[in-house]
Design a protein around this ligand. Structure first.
Ligand SMILES: [Zn+2]
Ligand SMILES: [Zn+2]
Length: 899
């Protein structure tokens, strides 16, 4: 589309005209002159400082290594576990939106157009145009564009380095780097790089990509008119891009389209070329008249190769590391990886990655849809003991493209309870704040708002509880209480420095200042920013690694062949492990987190992660909104972190337990098949002691006599962690088993009886007709708990204060009375009334009626022998004496039944 109002104009050399303003300037010339003089003097002084600054700060940094050799296929290798050899895995190609060309393929007209409009003295200056720089500096001081006055070399430096900041130092550094660069590389080389890196709108970097995009042809086929049009874009693609949708209104009130503005600038470029003598007037006229034939926006083609999640992670890690180590821009780092002939040695384990893909590419493994219609998402990272990322998936379902949102490393979500071992228990054990013997009250800590806080996912409070079951069921109050003892600052610091989890010190969100210093954040996992799946896997892998932190890596090194020599660009092999925890604490944590999975504790949250014949430890996590579900679990072989949630956080409704545990197990089960269960490292020097699970101190007989059953547990720990004191919480009291305590529901409370009163029998007493004593000694918790928000704990009926309030035995309220002795009819003597029975002893006895006499039916007494049975009256035949098996002496020694 050619411009209509300016066809074939006669090019005019532009000259400065006289303006009436000149006379005004003349009158204020003196004032201006004085100011200028002051300015110059000030400048001289400043220059002295500047010279020193440039010599010491700028010059040492002013160097750019042009590692960006292109047009070679890069290759990812992985180690074959069978042979230990690296084998070629994947050849990388630049995306279809990125084409790199050599200068020889770029038409002369485009090269000239570039020089004409961007940097007409390109071939004669030494990287910097002093005249233009001075103009730029003046513009800067008058509030103008600091970026003005850049040469092609300077623009290239700016394009290939990642710093976008606009500062004076940056500008100065750019100038000196340009001087250095210009003396290192040829003009042609610089122009070639420049034309391959400039941004030309529509997502196109480089002239070859842009030529395809706008004109549908190879860059070498561009006409003069097209070249001028193309190079016009780079000044500001939003304004001069032919496909720009921005409408601008000029001074005359005329609205212009991107295409019209591109045409105007194209004519300016052509005029410049003519002005500089690069083209003839005829060429100028013909080019201005040429109708530009733009290809309308092409449909975005799908890339022909879809990388798997692992390869994408390797690519992005190498890009990030190249940027960090060499200071390259995104674009140049990406080009190096995709077409810089690099050899990338990846850490992937094909068996693990294949297990991950089998599960993650198949949505039927977790098929949930949110209320708003989102499909459920998940991500997983699997690490080996060396810190290699051996398997990874960044989303759930068939992978349908490249550069999709990778939720394994690129998103941050709330960890919920899965933060507890990291931010609370590991540091508390490490700093000696708690031991595996410790117990806490699973009871609210405070009233928050109007309710008791924190609540538990199991909707009740258990009361006094040992650490291991508290972790297994994921008690929130216990985590908060432990954090309170540890200290929020210590926890924060441990997370950042030892486990390398980035927390927020201060962040303003919707005008509210937030940070991660608090119990909700550190004990319950409601972080300001959240954590990535990769970070969680790395932090948990410290436990099975006996306390060593290793930064997770997806590649060992990246090399490039230069003149037949393999040159290392990036090297991860020398990453030294850092001590994050002692081996002792690691072992403690391993034991505690085994309890989440192994089924030892009822209500444990991770039992669905059990693998047959393999030791598994881990921790679940969920947030109170149920937007995020986690399981980070490990075996002696692998650590895997799994997150489940929706891309835009939304409540997960899932009735089969924790979906993260389900996916974790589906991936981990096949990769552990046939592996020997070697367990975690158990350090020497441990001892097993009997501990009261309510007090956390050494168990006494009272602890064993708790009405709920013995509260004594065996805890294996290091000698110096064994508590010296014995439980003082369990108090021995006497209760009467004849008087059960009835709870508010009308049911007898199991094992609980009223306190024995003075009349409760302590032992059998034949005389008093008591067959057995009903008084028993039990151990009851002498623990007082201050009510928080009226909450009750499951052990509240077993506290002494409760028992005491029930009063004493309701059965034995009076002194026992001896029952009347039974009347012996043989003692009856008709002649001695003192031997006669009372009416109670012999109802119906009437001294006047012989038939009522007790001896009336008795046979005549022969010789009554005391101590010998007088009845039965009929002699039975005596059985032949048989040898009675007396209290059989056995071979085994006597063992007391309560031993
Ligand atoms: Zn006790
Ligand atoms: Zn009693």
């Amino acid at each position: 589309m050619a411009s209509t109002n300016n066809q074939n104009p006669r090019p005019e050399r532009r000259r400065k005209g006289r303006s009436p303003a000149v006379t005004v300037f003349a009158t204020i010339g003196k004032v201006f002159g004085t100011l200028l003089l002051i300015g110059i003097i000030t400048s001289v002084i400043l220059c002295c400082f500047a010279a020193n600054y440039i010599r010491t700060v700028i010059i040492p940094q002013a160097h750019l290594e042009a590692n960006f050799v292109m047009n070679q296929t890069s290759t990812i290798y992985y180690k074959d576990s069978a042979t230990g050899q690296y084998v070629e895995h994947l050849a990388l190609h630049g995306s279809e939106n990125r084409k790199l060309v050599e200068l020889s393929q770029i038409p002369k007209s485009l090269q000239q157009a570039t020089v004409a409009i961007e940097d007409e003295n390109f071939y004669s200056h030494n990287g910097v145009s002093w005249k233009r720089t001075l103009k730029g500096v003046l513009l800067m001081f008058t509030g103008g564009d600091i970026q003005g006055g850049s040469t092609i070399t300077q623009q290239l430096i700016k394009n290939v380095t990642q710093y976008d900041d606009v500062t004076v130092k940056r500008k100065i550094l750019e100038i000196f780097t340009a001087l250095d660069f210009d003396s290192t590389y040829s003009k042609d080389q610089i122009l070639e790089w420049y034309l391959n890196y400039i941004y030309l709108g529509d997502g196109c970097y480089g002239v070859a990509t842009a030529a395809e995009n706008y004109f549908g042809k190879d860059v070498s086929e561009l006409t003069l008119a097209e070249s001028a049009s193309l190079i016009s874009i780079t000044n500001n693609p939003t304004i001069y891009g032919p496909n720009s949708t921005v409408r601008m209104t000029n001074e005359d009130g005329v609205v212009t389209t991107g295409r019209e503005r591109n045409k105007q600038r194209q004519e300016l470029v052509l005029w410049k070329m003519w002005d500089l003598g690069m083209i003839s007037e005829a060429e100028y006229r013909s080019a201005v008249a040429e109708e530009l034939d733009f290809v309308r926006e092409q449909d975005e083609k799908k890339p022909s190769i879809i990388y798997n999640w692992y390869d994408e992670q390797v690519i992005s890690d190498v890009i990030d590391d190249l940027k960090e180590k060499y200071g390259y821009s995104d674009q140049i780092a990406e080009d190096m990886v995709l077409s810089g002939g690099l050899k990338i040695y990846a850490c992937v384990d094909q068996e693990v990655q294949s297990a991950v893909e089998t599960v993650y590419y198949d949505r039927s493994n977790l098929n949930l849809v949110s209320k708003s219609g989102q499909e459920i998402q998940s991500a997983i990272v699997v690490l080996d003991p060396e810190g290699n990322v051996v398997g990874l998936a960044g989303a759930l379902g068939e992978k349908e493209g490249n550069r999709l949102l990778n939720m394994a490393s690129g998103t941050y979500r709330q960890p919920g309870s899965s933060i507890k071992p990291l931010a609370v228990y590991a540091p508390a054990l490490e700093y000696g704040v708690i031991t595996p013997a410790s117990s806490f009250d699973d009871y609210p800590v405070q009233v928050l708002g109007s309710s008791a806080w924190p609540a538990n996912s199991y909707l009740h409070y258990k009361g006094l509880i040992n650490l291991a079951p508290a972790i297994a069921v994921s008690s929130n109050p216990v985590a908060v209480r432990t954090l309170q003892q540890l200290g929020v600052e210590t926890s924060f610091q441990f997370m950042q420095e030892n486990l390398h989890i980035d927390l927020v010190e201060e962040l303003t969100v919707n005008g509210e200042v937030k940070n991660d210093y608090g119990a909700s954040q550190l004990a319950l996992g409601g972080l300001t920013k959240g954590v990535s799946v990769m970070d969680m896997a790395a932090a948990y892998s410290v436990f099975p690694r006996d306390g060593l932190y290793v930064e997770p890596k997806t590649y060992t090194k990246v090399t490039r062949e230069v003149d037949g020599v393999e040159e290392v660009l990036l090297d991860n092999t020398a990453n030294e492990p850092e001590v994050a925890l002692s081996t002792k604490t690691s072992w403690y944590v391993n034991e505690l987190l085994k309890g989440v999975v192994n089924g030892k504790y009822s209500g444990a949250t991770g039992t669905a992660a059990q693998l047959s014949g393999m030791t598994v430890a881990g921790k679940t996590g969920s947030t109170n909104t149920n937007n995020d579900r986690w399981f980070v679990g490990y075996t002696p072989y692998y650590t895997a972190a799994v997150w489940v949630g929706y891309k835009n956080p939304e409540r997960i409704y899932y009735s089969n337990g924790n979906p993260a545990v389900t996916l974790w197990r589906k991936v981990m089960a096949p990769i552990h098949e046939g592996l020997e269960n070697k367990g975690f490292t158990k350090p020497g020097g441990t001892t097993t002691v009997q501990i009261c699970q309510d007090s956390g101190l050494r168990a006494t007989e009272a602890c064993a006599a708790d009405p709920r059953g013995s509260r004594v547990i065996s805890v294996t720990m290091f000698a110096d962690d064994v508590p010296a004191e014995s439980c003082a919480l369990h108090k021995e009291v006497e209760v009467c088993t004849a008087s059960p305590v009835v709870g508010s529901d009308g049911e007898a409370i199991s094992g609980l009886y009223h306190l024995a009163g003075e009349f409760c029998p302590r032992e059998a007493n034949e005389a008093l007709g008591i067959t057995e004593g009903t008084v028993k000694t039990i151990g009851i918790l002498d623990y007082s708990r201050e009510s928080v928000g009226g909450a009750t704990a499951r052990d509240s009926n077993y506290l002494y204060s409760f028992l005491e309030a029930q009063g004493t035995c309701t059965t034995h309220t009076t002194a026992p009375v001896a029952p009347p002795a039974e009347y012996d009819p043989n003692s009856f003597d008709r002649n001695d009334p003192s031997t006669w029975p009372t009416q109670e002893q012999w109802p119906g006895f009437d001294p006047a009626d012989e038939t009522t006499y007790p001896d009336y039916n008795l046979p005549p007494v022969t010789t009554p022998t005391p101590g010998v049975e007088t009845t039965p009256s009929v002699l039975e035949p005596t059985p032949p004496p048989t040898p009675i098996p007396t209290a059989t002496p056995t071979e085994e020694p006597y063992v007391p039944a309560d031993g």
